[in-house]
Write a protein that binds this ligand. Structure first.
Ligand code: ADP
Ligand code: MG
Length: 573
């Protein structure tokens, strides 16, 4: 019996569409790339319901002729390459001729276009991958594409879309990337009635970064540059000792195409070793231009990955570019001999110690039997047992050595303190009892578009964490109150990193990340000498928490070495 049949075209079309079009942001990406390829000087993106109801991309580029505007929906119809040789030197963002075919297979689509030459523009309506109508239209030179009801005919895919907010934030991220790569193009992003990005054309990347991120952000960056054998790195990256605790602000572009790339990432982060505090990463906008023959962009359907012909050459190129920036500046060890002990920025000037347990201790709650005995199997877990733990001292100024009759414990002081503070902060937040600082002059900040969205979404959550911030128009914000555990000089940086933590996810996950970050910032660091008394106190507090064995980020806190192991090793057992 024959079992194999060719899929009907409606089905194969939809399967193919799924490879390129995953969500509203992929539609926006494909349409905006087309606008850029068409030489647009202005691109306006409008969304309704995070793009689920409507995505409209309007450009003032070349437009299309009447004939082209009908053919462009065929799979593999492209004006960008025509010969096989072209594939090895792709200069445009698009070239596979799939995007419009795919988008129109999974939505209701209306195209309006005029090339400025034919007598009239044209309007084309398509649905479910088929032509519905062609009309004459009076339309200025350029193209507008409306994509309505994305995945209306693909419910399985539609189910995987996230909340309007999350979809919007992905679109915002993409437009930010495109705007960075093309400073000479005006980008506008509007959600419903709200304008999220509006950056008029500017002459330089520096001005674009200023438009999108503001002055203080730009001040932390320096220009990078390096050229070798026809390849060039340019852009901006963190000055030494600035950086941030995550890698969210590392942008890489290859021939103006935003990419995720391990080689570039590794080279950047390696360059900064020794120039930033531990656990901090550089911010960077790095643009690599290489001869088109040196890269393969046809690795991934959405073209967000590239393959370099000579990856180690590219690695060296980035390394040298960063070295040029960092050269002449000293390493963190030279500037702050006790590096790792104190925070670099302001940490030395204001060495005033942070109170070890800044807040009133809550009612002590005994550790449950189950928890303690999980830790010391066989021991009758009880508070009495915990208090019988002895602290022996500190190893490498980083680990607390403690023990009881049946085991030695090596406790990571930073992770332990994080766990303790995290649970205290949870309690204070729930009770809305943050002791707050109210600076005379509020802390003023410029936010990136996605940070501004995060703030707008999460006011109550930030309030619960002790922060009160007020929008000042545009994307400026004034932080008027913040928890007393932070110094004035820290407030800005802390607030910005909290916004990064709450960009995505459910409210419980956000709350946890927020408090974990606050705990991380206020906990003792590795490399910090502690008095015997503090160590004793920390260990005691740790075993009162609900999960002494894990820090709030999920890293282990304690390594346990059983006495029996020790005795076995020493041939005593
Ligand atoms: P690709 O970009 O890979 O060529 P697409 O399916 O994205 O494939 O687009 C097909 C063709 O339609 C493009 O090659 C281009 O000629 C034309 N086109 C699409 N969008 C626009 C636009 N905004 N302005 C002018 N031409 C466009
Ligand atoms: Mg395209």
């Amino acid at each position: 019996m024959n079992r194999i049949a060719l899929l009907p075209p409606e089905i194969s079309q939809k399967i193919a569409a799924g490879e390129v079009i995953e969500r509203p942001s992929s539609v926006v990406k494909e349409l905006v790339e087309n606008s850029l390829d068409a030489g647009a000087g202005e691109i306006r993106v409008e969304l309704l319901d995070g793009g689920k109801r409507l995505i409209r991309v309007h450009d003032n580029g070349s437009g299309m002729s009447r004939d082209d505007s009908r053919i462009c929906f065929e799979r593999h119809s492209t004006s960008k390459i025509s010969r096989e040789e072209d594939l090895s030197a792709i200069r445009t963002l698009g070239f596979r001729g799939e995007a419009l075919a795919s988008i129109s297979a999974v939505s209701r689509l209306t195209l309006l276009t005029w090339d400025g030459e034919e007598a009239q523009g044209v309007q084309i309506e398509r649905e479910d991958g088929a032509l519905v109508r062609v009309l004459d239209a009076a339309f200025p030179k350029g193209t507008r594409i409306d994509v309505e009801d994305l995945f209306f005919n693909l419910p399985a895919r539609k189910k995987f879309l996230r909340s309007d907010r999350s979809e919007l934030s992905l679109v915002t991220k993409y437009i930010t990337n495109a705007a960075l790569a093309f400073p000479g193009v005006r980008f506008i992003l509007i959600h419903g009635k709200r304008e999220i990005i509006n950056s008029p054309a500017v002459g330089t990347l520096r001005e674009r970064i200023f438009q999108l991120y503001g002055r203080s952000f730009l001040d932390r960056l320096a220009e990078v540059e390096n050229e070798d054998k026809g390849a060039r790195i340019s852009g901006f990256a963190s000055r030494p000792l600035t950086g941030r605790p995550d890698k969210n602000h590392q942008f890489f572009f290859v021939n103006k195409r935003p990419v995720r790339d391990r080689v570039l990432q590794a080279a950047l982060n390696q360059s900064y070793r020794g120039f930033l505090e531990k656990d901090m990463s550089p911010e960077a906008f790095l643009f690599l231009s290489v001869p088109y023959e040196e890269i393969d962009v046809n690795v991934h359907p959405s073209k967000t990955e590239v393959r370099f012909r000579d990856a180690s050459f590219v690695f060296q190129l980035v390394l040298k570019a960063a070295a040029n920036l960092l050269l002449g500046t000293r390493t963190i060890k030279e500037i702050y001999p006790q590096a790792g002990e104190s925070r670099a920025e302001g940490g030395v000037a204001e060495k005033a110690e942070r109170p070890f347990f800044p807040l009133v201790r809550p009612e002590s709650s005994p550790v449950t039997e189950a928890e303690t005995s999980a830790f010391f199997p066989g021991a009758a877990g009880s508070p009495a047992h915990v208090s019988s733990l002895r602290v022996f001292g500190q190893y490498l100024d980083t680990y607390i050595l403690a023990g009881r009759e049946d085991a030695l414990l090596v406790i990571d002081q930073h992770n332990a303190h994080e766990r303790v503070l995290f649970e205290k902060y949870e309690e204070i937040g729930r009770a809305k009892k943050w002791p707050r600082r109210m600076p005379l002059i509020p802390v003023l900040l410029d936010l990136s578009p996605s940070q501004a969205l995060a703030l707008e979404e999460n006011g109550p959550l930030l309030e619960e964490a002790g922060f009160r911030a007020e929008a000042m128009g545009g994307r400026s914000v004034a932080v008027r109150e913040f928890p007393e555990i932070f110094k004035d000089a820290e407030a800005a940086e802390v607030f910005l990193s909290l916004l990064e933590e709450i960009k995505e996810g459910g409210s419980e996950a956000k709350r946890e990340r927020l408090l974990a970050t606050m705990a991380c910032k206020t906990a003792v660091k590795a490399g910090e000498p502690l008095s015997r008394e503090k160590m004793g106190f920390l260990v005691e507090e740790l075993f009162k928490t609900s999960r002494p064995s894990l820090c709030p980020h999920g890293r282990p806190v304690i390594v346990k070495i059983d006495r029996s192991e020790i005795e076995k090793g020493l041939r005593r057992g």
